[in-house]
Design a protein around this ligand. Structure first.
Ligand SMILES: Nc1ncnc2c1ncn2[C@@H]1O[C@H](COP(=O)(O)OP(=O)(O)OP(=O)(O)O)[C@@H](O)[C@H]1O
Ligand SMILES: [Mg+2]
Length: 402
């Protein structure tokens, strides 16, 4: 904090010279041409040092400084004089009204030295004002520390969650590999058995059912394997608009009769760095979830693809995405929606509310991991009994990056 210094002199040229002399010093310098003007300023703010001329029209410097002592006893008072009115002045000094004297014309180095000592003295004597500043700085530091601790705690929770996921991923992929080998054998043997012409019809039917179940198990295992290895592949630049249209053609072929699909694709040739099959995987997962949520009621699934720019700090904070241009792929439905408890867990691997209907709970976990591995994020909104809306943000590749 800079100290305030006030100079009072009825001669504007003197004030200008003083201001100029202290322009490179670490003080906030104020000047007044009359004692009255200076007193109103002093009533409003604290000054470390007041330097007054002795000869002023309204009142003498000694009287003025005596008044200052009454109003602001802590302020250091210095008298500046060109006249050798020593008797009077010494009396004032003895009474303690004046801290020091400066004789005109002043010596610049000496003047600066006097003011410096006065400011230091003021700061020492008025430690409370310094410590008030220190206390407010400490308060700010405590607040900052508290907010950092909160952030730290949040990051620790995220880290623990990430470590848990990693461990789960490793475990699942280990088990899935072993299962894959076993299922490979079971599938092969079943296929072999089924080509046996001597097989009875009933036996053939049972073996076919076993093969169907084993094939489903193989699909599940390959989903688990791909969940554990999503970050390995990065893909090549691909035009997302045409690709989404292509995937939608597939989805429409499997569309339940009581569900309508509305699509709104407003992007052109912009590209994303992603494997084509991953785009299929994400969109099919989101659409099949939407279909399932409207299974009993029917309804409309709206799929839109547009682009957006994230550049405001609030957006970055809220969306947890780096600034830049993004694709927004939204899949909305008017199905049963997602309750609050499920909302906290829908992206967790193996979380499903469809266990009885064969849900694995990997669809969203897998999609979200793919999107995150490519610098994006899936945001979700839902109103219970009204529907759910999933928006996939994927970074656009800048043309000069291709
Ligand atoms: N559009 C939606 N509307 C309502 N709930 C949804 C929607 N999408 C996902 N959910 C909820 O999120 C859960 C997890 O979804 P996810 O796709 O990961 O697995 P799943 O659909 O249950 O299983 P799978 O994808 O293997 O069929 C679902 O079980 C469901 O409860
Ligand atoms: Mg699903």
């Amino acid at each position: 904090m800079q100290s305030n210094i006030l100079f009072i002199d009825d001669d504007a040229a003197v004030l200008d010279a003083l201001k100029w002399t202290f322009s490179d010093e670490p003080y906030e310098c104020f000047t007044c041409k009359t004692a009255g003007e200076a007193l109103s300023l002093i009533a409003e703010m604290d000054f470390a040092v007041v330097v007054s001329d002795q000869r002023m029209p309204e009142m003498s410097g000694v009287d003025f400084l005596e008044e200052i002592k009454r109003q602001r006893p802590a302020t250091i008072r210095i008298l500046m004089t060109a006249y050798q009115e020593m008797n009077l002045i010494l009396k004032a000094v003895n009474k303690g009204h004046i801290y020091n004297l400066i004789f005109k014309p002043w010596d610049e180095v000496e003047l600066k030295g006097i003011i410096k000592t006065a400011v230091e003295d003021y700061t020492l004597r008025n430690g409370w004002s310094v410590s008030k500043q220190v206390i407010s700085d400490v308060d700010q530091l405590i607040q900052l520390n508290q907010s950092l601790e909160q952030k730290n705690q949040y990051l620790m929770t995220r880290l623990q969650q990430a470590q848990k996921m990693e461990a789960l991923g490793n475990l699942s992929s280990g088990i899935a590999h072993d299962f894959n080998n076993i299922l490979f054998a079971i599938n092969g043997i079943l296929k072999l058995a089924l080509v046996d012409k001597s097989l009875q019809t009933k036996m053939h039917k049972h073996l076919s059912m076993a093969l169907e179940a084993a094939t489903r198990a193989k699909d599940l295992v390959s989903q688990i394997l791909s969940f554990s290895s999503t970050s390995e592949k990065n893909g090549t630049p691909v035009k997302l608009g045409p690709l989404v249209k292509e995937v939608l053609e597939f989805i429409k072929a499997a569309q339940p009769p009581d569900i309508e699909i509305h699509q709104d694709i407003t992007v052109g040739d912009e590209k994303v760095q992603l494997e084509i099959t991953k785009v299929y995987q994400i969109l099919m997962n989101l659409c099949s979830n939407a279909f399932e949520a409207m299974k009993s009621s029917g309804g409309i699934v709206r799929i839109s693809l547009s682009r957006t720019q994230i550049d405001q700090p609030e957006q970055v904070e809220q969306m947890k995405l780096l600034p830049g241009d993004y694709f927004c792929l939204t899949v909305s439905d008017n199905g049963h929606g997602i309750d609050e408890a499920s909302m906290q867990r829908i992206f967790d691997p193996y979380f499903t509310t469809k266990r009885e209907n064969g849900g694995t709970g990997l669809g969203l976990a897998l999609s979200s991991q793919i999107v995150q591995d490519h610098g994006g994020r899936i945001a979700v909104e839902s109103v219970i009994n009204k529907g759910a809306s999933f928006t996939v943000y994927l970074p656009l590749i800048a043309e000069n990056q291709e």
